[in-house]
Design a protein around this ligand. Structure first.
Ligand code: UD1
Ligand code: PEP
Length: 441
């Protein structure tokens, strides 16, 4: 069993570099399905597990891919006939696998994809994705855990979304690029990752307008071709390092962080007494020993990002007084708080609201990461805690962070990742010596 082990109490100091955005990379990988001619070259692609999971799915669909970790470059070639079936084994690990549905439908006229399944942050239906495909003219059948969609050709139309779902907006955008006529997505998601997808699609020959606003207009084209694109820095990774500096009363420069992408976080940090200085090489985050409580609500962009909620609650628990966190994006994203109780946190949860009493004197304990960001939150609590914290299931962190503990160690944290079985594994040589008994002279 692997664990991250942290000896807390060390203020973080130094520089940390942010990788390319995981949540931008995944839809951009899926968009490569649309290129009937030429290759799609993506730069600044982070070497994280989710990107590898998407890569495995795309290769199953017959797309040729080559990734150079050193240069963070991924080249995708979809110029051959593609399979339109995505089996359960290839989609059950990651929700974002559903993003192949729109482009496959546009490219091949049919798709059969297993439903991506449950998730520890709550139910994650795909009804808005399906609604979008239906509005574009696809016939959809859901049976035996699969979504099956087919169409002669897709036709542009008005698609008002009940909720600005990031994934549904991306799927619809990709499907609509080759639809006949104009598609208008209303109440579209506005996340920077949506703008990234539109930028790549437009470089591939699509005509997408308004990405980043509530209304996206897509004029269908006959075909899409290859293009090269560099992915933006990961705003969630950047935010995690900013919070790591704040919870340890540190002084960290988060390199490549784009301030506008973390505006809600910056505003809350400043409200709590943390100093943020915008520098040419990134954001300098200076902690404080007197944290002011704050109330936070997660919301679609540009609101406070749900993917920074667990990390933020650690800072709120350290503040001098009562803070609240309202989780409005996912229904079950407070599992990390129950683990933090083991580290001396005091709070109550009432529906979507966590009411937290600070200041918390975190004490090290053994805890388990239920998902990627819960894991990040627990490690941050460990950095702020007295004594030793052990975080189980560190593989959760690999989904979206590259070299998580190594980067923290470079900032001065006392942190390691160990395989407990390795430590206690019986050395075969020693065992055979023991079995033989003492060597004769
Ligand atoms: C790979 C990726 O980019 N993941 C991000 C993306 O996830 P994802 O694209 O899954 O997030 P959505 O914006 O779609 O989901 C937000 C909410 O809408 C609901 N919903 C969504 C689709 C649907 O068809 N029906 C429906 O009810 C979900 O259950 C959830 O409660 O945006 C989330 C919200 O910022 C982030 O936390 C994830 O890190
Ligand atoms: C929830 C996340 O990702 P996904 O949507 O892929 O589960 C995340 O990155 O925190």
């Amino acid at each position: 069993m692997e664990k991250i082990i942290i000896k807390g109490g060390q203020p973080l100091q130094g520089h940390v570099a942010v990788e390319g955005s995981k949540n931008a990379a995944l839809p951009l990988q899926a968009a490569a399905i649309l290129a009937v001619q030429g290759t799609v070259t993506l730069n600044n692609v982070p070497p994280v597990t989710d990107v590898k999971v998407m890569d495995r799915l795309l290769r199953f669909l017959n797309i040729k891919t080559a990734y150079g970790e050193k240069h963070r470059q991924l080249v995708l070639n979809a110029n051959c006939p593609l399979s339109s079936e995505a089996p359960y084994d290839y989609v059950n690990q990651m929700r974002a696998s559903i993003l192949v549905m729109g482009p496959l439908l546009a490219r091949t006229g049919q798709v059969r994809i297993a439903l991506p399944g449950g998730c520890t942050i709550g139910a994650r239906p795909v009804d808005l994705h399906v609604y979008g495909m239906e509005k574009l003219g696809a016939q959809i059948k859901q049976d035996a855990g699969f979504i099956e969609a087919h169409c002669d050709h897709l036709v542009g139309t008005r698609i008002p979304l009940d909720y600005p779902s990031v994934g549904a907006t991306e799927n619809i955008m990709m499907a609509a690029t080759m639809a006949e006529g104009i598609t208008t997505i209303e109440n579209a998601a506005c996340e920077p990752e949506i703008v990234e997808l539109a930028n790549l699609l437009n470089k591939m020959g699509a005509r997408v307008h308004g990405a980043g606003s509530k209304v996206i207009r897509i004029q269908g084209v006959y075909y899409l071709h290859g293009a090269e694109y560099a992915i933006i820095p990961d705003r969630i990774e950047a935010g995690t390092w900013m919070l790591a500096s704040a919870v340890t009363n540190g002084d960290v420069i988060v390199q490549n962080a784009i301030p506008e992408h973390n505006a809600s976080l910056i505003a809350k940090l400043e409200e709590m007494g943390v100093t943020i200085i915008k520098q040419a090489d990134g954001l300098r985050v200076l902690g404080t020993s007197v944290l002011i409580p704050a109330n936070v609500r997660t919301m679609p962009y540009p609101g406070f990002a749900t993917d920074l909620q667990p990390q933020m609650t650690v800072l709120q628990l350290l503040a001098n007084g009562t803070s609240t966190m309202e989780e409005h994006v996912f229904e079950k994203r407070f599992l990390h708080l129950e683990e933090l109780r083991r580290m001396n946190a005091h709070f109550q949860i009432s529906g979507a609201v966590a009411i937290m009493d600070g200041p918390t004197d975190f004490s090290g304990a053994e805890v388990t990461a239920s998902d990627l960001r819960a894991g990040a939150g627990l490690v941050l609590a460990g950095l702020a805690a007295k004594g030793i914290t052990q975080v189980r299931r560190p593989q959760m962190l690999d989904r979206g962070y590259y070299h998580f503990y190594q980067k923290l160690r470079s900032l001065g944290a006392q942190i390691d990742r160990v395989n407990i079985e390795d430590k206690f594994k019986i050395n075969p040589e020693r065992q055979s010596r023991q079995n033989k008994g003492p060597e004769k002279e």
